[in-house]
Design a protein around this ligand. Structure first.
Ligand code: CO8
Length: 285
């Protein structure tokens, strides 16, 4: 077990490539947390594409708790993959699922969203590759997003998989880019290019590479140096409270709807077709 402050006391400003890496738990190698001068850099490392299965979601949830305990100046979320931030939910969790695991999978996703969206400390995503669906939701739950320029896409394509978009997912997108663009993206299952994402405000800045993306996130977090932390976090949580309250209110119903929807034979057929397309590399590229 590491303590963030201990590390940060000794930390020097080091280049991103020289981060000191350590997993939050040796039993949990899917998420790595490193200290960079008081900022926690959380790296998702479920090879090859960080698809969010139950275990990765549990690891993120635990890592968020560990990071919060150490009261960082902020947290940056990124990926160990050179081309994918996160491929979104692991579709195999939803295909021919076991009811109990499916329920745990969904409630853990809700829990991760609640912790990340309501994280007391400053958060930024250094999006170093594709960020479809669940990947986009993780990034949108942060306060700031930089994305590496390249042939990557970001957006929420659930409707293409036959999945109707849950209320809290819609609200998360709407919170950042407004209703009009959110409606267009969600109903048409659009995955935006980096330039389109910048235009609609899905991301705040582009970056030349991962190191640049992280530097830009650090710069964003650095803006709060002179702001008293309690005033900052209280204000952040107040402005996000409505969405957090909504999640609390609808959580059980949302889970019930998800379970019913996913286990519907028609939805299972849609997922099967999507998986076949994915295997044939014809899904979204
Ligand atoms: N889940 C499971 N397996 C996946 C996923 C995924 N999301 N994405 C890719 N894979 C598999 C591929 O089939 C492939 O398997 P194999 O090696 O056996 O052929 C392997 O992972 C590697 O994938 P690629 O070869 O495609 O890797 P690339 O680096 O070429 O491309 C991409 C990476 C761009 C991420 C690409 O894999 C892709 O487009 N993936 C699909 C992404 C997607 O559609 N995600 C949506 C998931 S649904 C979701 O997140 C819903 C959010 C919340 C909604 C609520 C629902 C009610």
């Amino acid at each position: 077990m590491w303590t963030f402050r201990q590390l940060s006391k000794n930390a020097t400003r080091i280049s991103p490539s020289a981060y000191r890496h350590m997993s939050t738990s040796s039993a949990n190698p899917q998420v790595d947390v490193a200290d960079d001068g008081g900022i926690a850099v959380m790296t998702l490392q479920r090879a090859p594409i960080n698809s969010l299965n139950l275990e990765l979601l549990q690891a993120i949830s635990k890592a968020l708790d560990d990071v919060a305990k150490n009261k960082p100046d902020g947290m940056i979320l990124t990926s160990a993959s050179p081309t994918v931030f996160s491929a979104g939910l692991d579709i195999m969790e939803m295909y021919k699922p076991k009811q109990k695991r499916l329920e745990q999978f969904w409630t853990t996703l809700q829990e991760v969203w609640t912790k990340l969206f309501g994280f007391k400390f400053a958060t930024a995503a250094a999006i170093n590759g594709h960020a479809p669906a669940g990947g986009c939701i993780l990034a949108l739950s942060c306060e700031y997003r930089t994305m590496v320029d390249g042939k990557y896409t970001i957006g929420i394509n659930d409707t293409a998989l036959g999945i109707s978009v849950p209320q809290w997912v819609m609200d998360t997108m709407r919170y950042t880019i407004g209703s009009r663009d959110a409606e267009l993206i969600l109903t048409s299952a659009t995955l935006c290019t980096v330039a389109e994402a910048l235009k609609v405000g899905l991301i705040d800045e582009t970056a030349s590479d991962k190191a640049d993306a992280i530097e830009k996130c650090k710069k964003f977090i650095g803006k709060f140096k002179k702001i008293p932390p309690l005033a900052r976090s209280t204000t952040k949580l107040k402005i996000r409270q409505e969405l957090l309250n909504n999640m609390k209110r609808i959580q059980q119903q949302d889970t019930a709807e998800f379970l019913q929807h996913i286990q519907n034979p028609e939805e299972q057929r849609d997922l099967e077709i999507y998986i076949q397309k994915l295997k044939a590399k014809k899904a979204i590229k």
